[in-house]
Structures are given as C-alpha cells and as structure tokens.
Design a protein around this ligand. Structure first.
Ligand code: KIV
Ligand code: ZN
Length: 514
C-alpha cells in the first residue's frame, strides 16, 4: 500500500489561531505527543518571526527524536539562515520556504512581477539547499495562481534543490474537483516532478479543507499538511484526525496508509485543546464530545444489538477511553493511578500525591468522578508546574443585596504569602481585583467563557479566559466544582503565563546585551 506522509503544523499554522499562543514548554510537550501519535513531520514554528519561536523550534529539534523537524521561513536570506540554525540539531531537519505566487498577492502585497518572484524563489531554495538536503517550497496562494506560471515555479525550485513542493490553498478557496484536477495537472505538466514529493496544505474557509486534502491524495499527493482539531489561521486548517480516520475507515476507496497510531488521537486532541484554550465543539467529527454518543432510542437499540449498526469506527480506535466504572469517594490511590494510566497519564509519586488530594476533594462533592473529570484534574495539575504565583485561598461574599467582596491569599515567587481583598461589580470582578492588588500587572480581560466538564448540577466547571497586555494575548484555564474558584484559577494561570513570557524576554535582553 502507498504511504501518505502526515505533516503536522499545529505548532506553526495552528498556533496562528487568534489567541492560541503557546509557550516553549507547551510546544515541546505537544511535540512529544505528536511523536507518540506517529506524525512524519512536525512543523515546530517560524524561527525568524520571534526569539520565542526560534527557541521552541530548536528545543523541539534537540529533544524530539523520530519525526522530521521542520521550520518555516519566508523567502529572505536571514529567515532561511535562522531557520537552518534552529532545525539543524534535529536528526532529520527540514527548511520550509514560502513565497506568494498568485497575481493578487504579487500585485497588491509584494509589488513584484512574475520573473522577479520566480528568481527569488529559486535563489532562496538554492540557499536553503546549501544548508541541508531536505527543503520544502510552498508557492503561497497556489490555488489562485496562474497554472502555467505555477508549473514554471515548481520546475525551477525543484531544479534548485526542493525535495518537497507544497501546494497551499492559502485562503480556502478551492473545491475537491478543482483541486484534484490541479494536482493531476502538476504531475502532467512539471517535467521534473518525479524528483519531489507533492504535498498539499488546505485551509477551511469554505469548510472543504478535509475533502480537498483527500481529493489531492487521490490525485497523487503524498504529503498532507494538517493540524490537530483543525486549528489554524482564520477558519483553520484541515484536521489531522479527520483526514487520517477518513483514509482508514474508507480504505475500500483509498488504497493508502499513514503511520499514525490512531489510538493516540483523542489524547493529542485534549492536550492541544487544553494548552491552546481552543475548545473542541461537541459535534466535531472524531474528537467532539458527541462524536460517539447515541441519543435516539432507535440508534441506542441498534448499538446495543451490534455497534456497527450506527458506528463506522469504534471509540477505542481513536483512543476515546472506554469507561465501565467510575471512581468515587471510596476509590483509593491505586484505583486512581490505574485509571489515569488507562487514560495515558503516567505520574511520579509526587504528582500522584497531589492529584489524589485534588481527586478526593472532587469525589467528596461529586458522586461519580468520570474520565472527563480526571482529564480536567490533570489539566489543573499541569498548570501548577510553572507558577510564579500560586492561589492558596479564595473566598467571596455576594448576592443581590450584598456588595460582592473577595479575599484572596497567594503564595509569591519567594514563598511569601499575601492576603488582600477587594470589592467588584460581581464576584469574579471582585476576585480579579483582589488578585490584581497583589500581582500588579496591568492587563485587560478580553474573553471569559465557562462550561461544565460533564452533565449534572455537581459537575466541575471549566473556565477559559484571555487577557491582553502590551498587545499580546494570554490564555488561562481553571477547573473546580465552584465556578468562582475555577475563575480565580483561570486568572492565575493567565497571569503566570504573562509573567513567564515577560521574564523570558528580560532574560533574552540580558543575554544578548552581554
Ligand atoms: O496557508 C499557507 O499558504 C501557509 C504556507 C506558509 C504554507 O501556511
Ligand atoms: Zn496555512
């Protein structure tokens, strides 16, 4: 069976989703999980775009062994050299160069003509090829590019050393029939195309990205660029899990395989959602909360008789945990450890001790602690790893006749414990104001959303917020059975990310100024 390479760009295009910024540690953690998932290529970032991206790409290149580690560079000598510097530690590094090729981009954005762009693309691919043998080139906005011109660019960059040529549908404009025809024509019209792998990269503006990607694979493309949960610029990129499971479930139609271990899909999806703060809609294919739920009586009857009546793939095939028993307040440390291991978490003794304490608190309030609750607790555990300030205690008084008042106690960077209080327009406002009196970092709350992790009035509430400071957005998340505590935790999480980003910047300036 032919193989199609899965090129994951969650850490680059995915991170371009508004408000989805990841720090270096988070990128490395996701990259390790992508490795377990079995992706062939990880595009870890755009090294020239910021010192943080440079560091993330080089950390991934040094630490994640297995997939090809790619960095993105625009067609500029300094960007290409920086990209090489960042990826060169990888066992299998790749530099991915892009340059617009459509008339609209040339005329209104780059203000260059066809010949100038052709020359620049060829020269920059040649420059990258002097550093390494694995070079990818993307003519940006390829699907709105004059076809004859596109063939000429592809031929020229392949001659200059491109080993993969990627055809991006940058603005999500194409359709399956048109894209199939375009990819077929590239194989027919570009004389040296057999020297390169043909890749595709589809955006989802018309909701066609997965269909377009699969049409391109049918036409002969052998690398697909995609992201976990379909996150990415604007309406996002083609979703990795949908492409992989479509190819696998319909292998009667597509005689093609991927190297993906599909049982890692659910865990990867949860991790990316948790770290980016980009929630997965319940009806999302493959990984949404409802993807394997059957509501209608007739469907439930069929499922009980034989799951194939209404299930085209099994939840376990994508790693959705199969719960037969829930944990409760009588469950011990062993039961918790076993269940967490089944869910793919292996904890140190110290982590288990902390998680067990948090589990007991939840189990005291909730009759049944489900897998989703445990995942939320693990998210909480992860978020406390790199804290500058820790929320020790929060208490509010509120009601329709009271002035909402909050008291908070925080443990600071040197272990000092401070308590302060404030009043606000509501309990969350009062809590945030009390925290601000201790952690004095000006910022603006731009987003606040709350959802329950499971059904039932006793469910854990999960709060996701975004704050803005100096034109940067920071996401924060918190979970608790008390939504005011969850809100306080989410705010602490956002502030800790903001403070970590600031101190990383200060470190950089100190190091570079000698
Ligand atoms: O959408 C796009 O064109 C891109 C390129 C950089 C590949 O993301
Ligand atoms: Zn893109």
């Amino acid at each position: 069976m032919d193989q199609v390479l899965i090129f994951d760009t969650t850490l680059r295009d995915g991170e371009q989703s508004p408000g989805a910024t990841l720090n270096v540690e988070e990128k490395v953690e996701i990259a390790h999980q992508l490795n377990r998932l079995g992706v062939d290529v990880i595009e870890a970032g755009f090294p020239y775009s910021s010192p943080g991206d440079f560091e993330a790409v080089s950390r991934v290149a040094k630490e994640v062994k297995g997939p090809i580690i790619a960095g993105l560079a625009h067609a500029h000598a300094k960007a290409i050299d920086a990209c090489w510097e960042a990826v060169k530690h990888a066992k299998r590094p790749r530099v991915h160069v892009f340059l617009s090729s459509s008339d609209v981009h040339l005329m209104y954005q780059l203000k260059k003509n066809h010949e100038e762009i052709l020359e620049l693309a060829t020269e920059m691919v040649g420059r990258a090829a002097k550093h390494l043998s694995d070079v990818e080139f993307s003519p940006m906005d390829a699907t709105r590019t004059n076809r004859e011109y596109l063939y000429r660019i592809l031929e020229s960059v392949i001659d200059a050393g491109a080993t993969t040529v990627n055809i991006p549908d940058t603005v999500g404009y194409t359709t399956p029939e048109e894209f199939y025809d375009l990819i077929k024509s590239i194989f027919e019209k570009v004389p040296n195309i057999h020297k390169a792998t043909v890749s595709i990269h589809c955006h989802n503006d018309l909701g066609l990205s997965v269909a377009n990607s699969i049409a391109a694979v049918r036409a002969g493309a052998r690398q697909v660029e995609c992201t976990i949960n379909g996150i990415g610029e604007r309406a996002g990129n083609a979703s990795l899990e949908e492409i992989v499971m479509a190819i696998r479930t319909r292998n009667d139609l597509y005689d093609i395989a991927t190297n993906i271990d599909s049982t890692q899909i659910y865990k990867t999806s949860r991790l990316v959602s948790d770290l980016t703060g980009m929630s997965v809609q319940p009806n999302k294919a493959i990984v949404g909360a409802n993807a394997f739920r059957h509501e209608s009586g007739i469907h439930q009857d069929g499922i009980l008789k034989n799951p194939i009546t209404y299930e085209i793939m099994t939840p376990t095939s994508v790693g959705v945990p199969k719960t037969t028993l829930y944990l409760g307040k009588l469950s011990g440390r062993h039961a918790l450890k076993d269940r967490l291991e089944d869910l793919g978490y292996s904890l140190t003794d110290e982590e288990l001790k902390k998680t067990f304490q948090a589990f007991k608190e939840v189990a005291d309030k909730k009759k049944e602690v489900t897998d989703r609750d445990l995942e939320a607790l693990m998210g909480e555990e992860r978020r406390t790893h790199h804290e500058t300030y820790h929320l020790e205690h929060v208490q509010v008084a509120c009601g329709d006749h009271d002035v909402p008042t909050a008291t908070v106690t925080l443990k600071g960077p040197d272990g000092e414990v401070t308590t302060d209080a404030a009043v606000g327009t509501g309990p969350v406002d009062a809590v945030y104001k009390a925290i601000n009196r201790i952690v004095d970092v000006p910022n603006q709350l731009t987003e606040f959303s709350i959802k329950s992790v499971t059904e039932g009035i006793d469910a854990l509430g999960e709060v996701t917020i975004r704050v803005e400071s100096n034109d940067q957005t920071y996401m924060g998340r918190g979970a608790h059975t008390d939504i005011i505590v969850a809100s306080a935790r989410a705010y602490m999480n956002a502030l800790n990310r903001l403070l970590a980003a600031r101190s990383a910047e200060v470190e950089k300036v100190t190091v570079s100024s000698g």
